[in-house]
Design a binder for this molecule. Structure first.
Ligand code: 164
Ligand code: MG
Length: 371
């Protein structure tokens, strides 16, 4: 059955995070992003969220480039073509190079709309079986080791299944050692966000003594080759994030031995369909997979919950509770975590209801497009 579209609305959103989030490449506090609403002719709404930031620091996309790509290229394609299943959307967009976060936001809204039309939870429409997902938490670089230890203690107490800390030169071995000394048994990992080079191999090998689950993206954001050389020198598994934009990238990284774990971010790989393909491939290759976060608001968070129900998602991801980031999220109910678990919603679609009154409060500007 054709997914007959009535309109597509883009909203440029601005939400102040509860606290700044610092990584090796910058600090995010004042979150700008695009919210997508696709309405069908029966009045249902499918929702998507672009994770592109205001500045091109994580990848080359920004809120402005996403708006341009959606308005001038991707939305016209959705209006001009007949879509019967959201798996067709990534194919429809495939002749357009990259711009994966823009593609993923629209594709995600189409998946949510499709699931609602089928009266299925998005998790089921994707082929997920889990009714609850294990989650971890990602902690930014702090002003002091003491502050970081306090945060680790807080979230371990709250039951998060895994702690991810950020590292960079000058904030790495000593910090990991301090966390490990106070928390000898927790599942612990480190994310470098490309802060190192192969010249740092011996220094990074010093982390092997702390039983980390993985070191995420130690080398360049667009590298696969040097990560394969580094993995041969480390006992600790390398996890790739920024380097993996597609199933093809995942295949090359796995065949070269560049990583043993992959962080799937729906926005980075261009959508839920490509995420499904990568998790299925990794499952077949014995490569661990988890769902990364991009400081999403409730709609993006809901998509992450749904995709994490797929069988290949074998490790706790970064989908923490709404209250970790927002005074007031844009969905009801908010995403909550109890003893490190999120109960997967059984309502149709993303299962959480975007609240227009709250969305309007955070909307800077909006534009609606019709076929
Ligand atoms: O959403 C979350 O809580 C995870 C945030 C997180 O770790 C990241 C968000 C955005 C870019 C990066 O800094 C980092 C990551 O690389 O995973
Ligand atoms: Mg990362």
């Amino acid at each position: 059955m054709t997914m007959q579209l009535h309109s597509i609305t883009l909203r440029a959103m601005r939400m102040k995070m509860k606290s700044p989030f610092t990584t090796s490449f910058g600090t995010e506090w004042d979150r700008h992003f695009i919210l997508v609403e696709i309405r069908d002719k029966d009045g249902r709404s499918g929702w998507g969220e672009s994770v592109a930031m205001k500045e091109p620091l994580y990848n080359e996309e920004t809120v402005a480039t996403n708006w341009h790509m959606m308005k001038d290229f991707l939305i016209p394609l959705l209006f001009k073509n007949t879509v019967e299943h959201p798996d067709q959307v990534s194919q429809l967009f495939s002749h357009i190079r990259r711009n994966n976060m823009a593609k993923a936001a629209l594709e995600g809204a189409m998946w949510d709309l499709f699931a609602k039309q089928q009266e299925l939870p998005l998790s089921r429409a994707l082929g997920g079986q889990r009714t609850a997902i294990e989650v971890g938490i990602s902690l930014g670089i702090q002003d002091s080791v003491e502050k970081l230890l306090d945060l680790v203690a807080k979230y371990v107490e709250e039951g998060y299944r895994r702690i991810k800390i950020k590292i960079k030169p000058g904030w790495d071995v000593a910090v990991v050692e301090a966390v490990r000394r106070q928390f000898p048994d927790i599942l612990l990992m480190a994310d470098a966000n490309s802060a190192y080079t192969l010249a740092d191999s011996d220094h990074l090998a010093r982390l092997d003594q702390y039983n980390l689950m993985m070191i995420e993206q130690p080398l360049s954001h667009d590298d696969i080759i040097d990560h394969s050389k580094l993995q041969k020198k480390l006992q600790t598994p390398i996890c790739l994030d920024e380097s993996i934009h597609s199933l093809e990238d995942a295949r090359k990284a796995v065949e070269l031995g560049s990583c043993r774990i992959i962080n799937i971010k729906v926005g980075r790989v261009g959508g839920l369909t490509e995420s499904k393909r990568i998790q299925a491939y990794c499952l077949s290759q014995g490569i661990g997979v988890w769902c990364g976060g991009m400081l999403e608001a409730g709609v993006g968070r809901a998509h992450n919950v749904a995709v994490t129900t797929l069988p290949g998602f074998t490790l706790p991801g970064d989908t923490a509770a709404s209250s970790r980031y927002w005074e007031q999220d844009i969905i009801e109910p908010e995403v909550t975590v109890d003893k490190g678990l999120i109960q997967v919603p059984s309502a149709p679609g993303i299962g959480y209801c975007p609240v227009r009154r709250i969305i309007d409060e955070y909307t800077l500007y909006t534009e609606t497009f019709r076929p």
